[in-house]
Design a protein around this ligand. Structure first.
Ligand code: ZN
Length: 332
């Protein structure tokens, strides 16, 4: 058993309380590689932002659970080396689907876990979340649970249709599970194809897809039922069109990729939404930079040559999100 406290990590409790009060949201960036980790830490240090580094089950399978834990510990030390004496870094499990997986992460130094029982019947979702909360709270680890179903595909998590969170369930659910934060479904979606063209309208000037707006009425109803309770949005990449265009220009094929407009995420950040998950945008920024570099430098084969611009492009994106969308800068 390794406590996250020994690794220099923090849980989400104080961070979320401050974010809800201050009207901003904490970025939750997924990572699987060293370059992503470095870019996240550099961006957080330069903007003086707290940050959640999150790992899905797929990332654990890809990178190895032990390596990821030491990377998170390395992230804390790296932040200090970059000049941040007290970094606020959370290591969070994204979409834990069983008690055993959550327990394993808690025992290995995670400071926060998500138990996603959102696809289960209501009472089973509560029972599973409560089991995880009871274990996690013994070790001061915070727990995110989910009510409502997001559409889209994210690693092992996939659903064809979304079901908005029912505001009438949130009080009962949060009280009976004891969860520390609640992921809700108000129209965000996993992946780089958040909406089908049929769900969108088309901008007559640019020909680009315009997605349907988020259900802010549901968010506000939930806020009224649970004043000050931390709310989480998953699937909140914006799928920047310049990155998609770069990918398509240099041999990629991502027609009609569409995300959540940043103005809507900016608005959500000012509410009780205090954690916003961004994964696809990092993938797009990395892939766009690598495709461009390799197309322009066909004779190069040293991975450092193309991973360096990829890391820089991700860092630029992370800083943009922190400063211009979530407002979590200058909070350390
Ligand atoms: Zn998610």
């Amino acid at each position: 058993m390794v406590s996250y406290k020994e690794l220099g990590l923090v849980n989400t409790k104080e961070m979320f309380a401050k974010a809800v009060k201050g009207g901003y949201a904490i970025p939750a960036f997924n990572f699987n590689t060293m370059e992503q980790m470095q870019a996240i830490v550099q961006a957080a240090v330069e903007t003086k932002s707290p940050v959640i580094m999150q790992v899905s089950k797929g990332a654990r399978n890809y990178a190895n659970a032990t390596i990821l834990r030491y990377m998170a510990q390395g992230a804390v030390e790296y932040a200090k080396e970059l000049g941040c004496p007290n970094p606020q870094i959370v290591l969070h499990l994204d979409h834990g689907d069983t008690f055993e997986l959550c327990k394993d992460c808690i025992d290995m130094g995670f400071s926060s876990v998500m138990i996603d029982g959102s696809s289960l019947p209501y009472e089973e979702n509560i029972a599973l979340a409560k089991e995880v909360v009871d274990y996690a709270h013994k070790y001061d680890v915070t727990v995110e649970a989910e009510l409502g179903v997001l559409a889209g595909v994210e690693d092992e998590v996939s659903s064809a249709v979304s079901h908005y969170t029912k505001p009438e369930e949130v009080i009962d659910f949060s009280q009976r599970t004891g969860c520390d934060s609640l992921a809700i479904s108000i129209g965000t979606s996993h992946g780089a194809y958040k909406f089908t063209p049929a769900q969108c309208t088309r901008d007559p000037k640019t020909g680009k897809l315009v997605p349907p707006p988020l259900a802010f009425d549901i968010l506000h109803e939930i806020e009224k039922k649970l004043p000050g309770f931390p709310i989480v949005l998953h699937g909140s990449s914006s799928v920047p069109q310049d990155e998609v265009d770069t990918i398509n220009k240099y041999g990629g094929k991502l027609p009609d990729a569409v995300g959540i407009p940043e103005e809507q995420l900016r608005e959500a950040s000012k509410s009780a939404v205090c954690k916003i998950n961004i994964d696809s945008d990092s993938r797009l920024a990395m892939t766009a930079a690598i495709r461009k570099y390799l197309a322009e430098n066909p004779g190069h084969f040293d991975p450092r040559q193309y991973l360096k611009p990829a890391r820089e492009n991700m860092k630029k994106m992370y800083i943009h999100k922190i400063v211009n969308v979530l407002g979590s800068n200058d909070k350390l």
